[in-house]
Write a protein that binds this ligand. Structure first.
Ligand code: IMP
Ligand code: MG
Length: 181
């Protein structure tokens, strides 16, 4: 078999597995938020495909908004420095907010974002992340929904990038070490 992509080392989560899990999460969230007015807050840019697929699985009415925060440069290590590049369009006071994130690595970004949104007094605030690296966690972040726990390796695809590339890959995979050097 030829390689799926020359720069990809290994496919960790294929397209079918992603789709099935997103369907499951959508069903679970729909039950949990029954009768409540849900606001999805997507964390740009890594969560773009996840949030758009997830939103279409929900059977409860929901709105969507986005935040762009920067915690990394072009590299693969967390600096812990968080900066708002784009804030929410609307006030979230009194809203049931679900943060939709691509990945929890050190947890620093989500921990900061959680505190930031909490201070705006939403009615409720939960986190849904597609991926989590349990071995990389530095700060504990309460997370209600997790798509997949993965090994402590740098991954790309389905929205996740390395230096802004590979977001368009339809699966989650690792990169050949040669790509980093
Ligand atoms: P944390 O603050 O260390 O949890 O990092 C969160 C952010 O770092 C994510 O939203 C991603 O943008 C980026 N990130 C962390 N790990 C990876 C990875 O394996 N691949 C791509 N981006 C990652
Ligand atoms: Mg990135």
């Amino acid at each position: 078999m030829t390689s799926v992509h020359a720069d990809v080392g290994e496919v960790l989560i294929d397209q079918d597995t992603l789709r099935t899990r997103v369907e499951e999460l959508g069903a679970e969230i729909s039950v949990d938020y029954e009768g409540r007015d849900l606001l999805l807050v997507g964390v740009l840019k890594g969560a773009i495909f996840f949030i758009s697929d997830l939103m279409r699985e929900l059977t409860v009415p929901c709105e969507i908004d986005f935040m762009a925060i920067s915690s990394y440069g072009a590299g693969t290590d967390s600096s812990g420095v968080v900066r708002i590049l784009k804030d929410l369009d609307r006030d979230i006071a009194g809203r049931h907010v679900l943060i939709v994130a691509d990945i929890i690595d050190s947890g620093l970004t989500l921990s900061w974002l959680r505190r930031n949104l909490e201070s705006r007094q939403p009615a409720s605030l939960e986190v849904c992340t597609l991926l989590r690296k349990p071995d990389a966690i530095m700060v504990d972040v309460p997370v209600r929904y997790v798509g997949f726990d993965i090994p402590n390796e740098f991954v790309v695809g389905y929205g996740l990038d390395y230096a802004e590339r590979y977001r368009d890959l339809p699966f989650i995979g690792t990169l050949h070490p040669a790509v980093y050097s």
